[in-house]
Design a protein around this ligand. Structure first.
Ligand SMILES: Nc1ncnc2c1ncn2[C@@H]1O[C@H](COP(=O)(O)OP(=O)(O)OP(=O)(O)O)[C@@H](O)[C@H]1O
Ligand SMILES: O=P(O)(O)OC[C@H]1O[C@H](OP(=O)(O)OP(=O)(O)O)[C@H](O)[C@@H]1O
Length: 231
């Protein structure tokens, strides 16, 4: 059986992902020229590498079109409902750290917690006859956190595909849910993270598609063990 591992072809996770595999004793080389999107692993003839973007990798693992991949936990959890049934998070790799957070304008002085936001959402309805607008590209995580975990139903999601932190200032939304690592983008846009507003601490993970064909396949376990030993 050939096992396909999807690794980032570009972006912030590319170098660190390759380095982990190198340390795991799995040296990757491109098949064909340097711009090839296929690779192989020296000494592991049953393994092939597919180079894809981080978001493509999460999709392909969730669909089971690849066996393993390195991608952000946020992308996996946003992409698929009940993701733990579809995939196994085999290892947290110690890079690509970012938190998915709820952030509000700094000038909302009396809003510091999700409980405060419950009041704000009710207030918006009563005073402004409209719902609290949340700019985000994390629809699923936002809905789970607001509706299921905090019982907030009075909100509206405004889809944002970039520059989410600018939405409150431009008036297209009231608050945001987005990823932050250093916090500098939030500060530059005069936004603050709510005290209990961290939805997910994300980092790069080795993720396996749960497939029946993996049972009793020695190479599957060997890959997991090699990567874990490299951490
Ligand atoms: N400061 C950050 N901003 C955004 N994402 C970050 C940050 N730090 C780490 N990440 C993580 O990086 C991953 C996205 O990686 P990256 O932005 O390199 O993908 P990409 O190559 O741009 O993919 P695509 O173009 O398909 O969106 C996510 O899992 C995210 O959590
Ligand atoms: O907390 P910070 O360190 O300021 O990082 C957070 C910012 O970084 C990312 O944007 P980026 O400019 O990387 O663009 P991208 O999301 O399109 O990759 C992310 O969308 C945030 O806007």
């Amino acid at each position: 059986m050939t096992i396909t591992i999807a690794l980032p072809s570009k972006g912030r996770m590319k170098e660190d992902a390759s380095a982990i595999f190198e340390r795991a004793g799995m040296t990757i080389s491109a098949v064909g020229n340097d711009r090839s999107y296929r690779g192989r692993v020296e000494g592991w003839d049953d393994v092939e590498i597919a180079f894809l973007s981080a978001s493509e990798i999460s999709r392909e693992i969730g669909n089971g079109t690849v066996d393993f991949g390195v991608t952000g936990e946020d992308l996996m959890r946003e992409g698929f409902a009940e993701v733990d049934k579809r995939v196994e998070f085999c290892a947290r790799l110690g890079f690509g750290h970012a938190d998915v957070v709820v952030a509000v304008p700094e000038i909302w002085l009396d809003v510091d917690t999700m409980a405060d936001l419950v009041d704000v959402a009710a207030d918006f309805r009563a005073r402004h006859s409209r719902r609290l607008a949340i700019a985000t590209k994390y629809w699923r995580l936002t809905q789970q956190f607001f509706s299921s975990q905090h019982g907030i139903q009075l909100y509206r999601i405004v889809e944002s595909l970039g520059a989410t932190e600018g939405a409150p200032a431009s008036g297209s939304a009231d608050i945001i849910v987005d990823i932050t690592s250093t916090g500098s983008t939030l500060r530059a846009n005069h936004l603050k993270v709510l005290q209990d507003g961290v939805i997910l601490h994300s980092q790069a993970c080795l993720v396996r598609a749960r497939k029946e064909s993996h049972a009793g396949e020695p190479a599957v376990q060997a890959i997991i063990e090699a990567v874990r030993a490299a951490l």
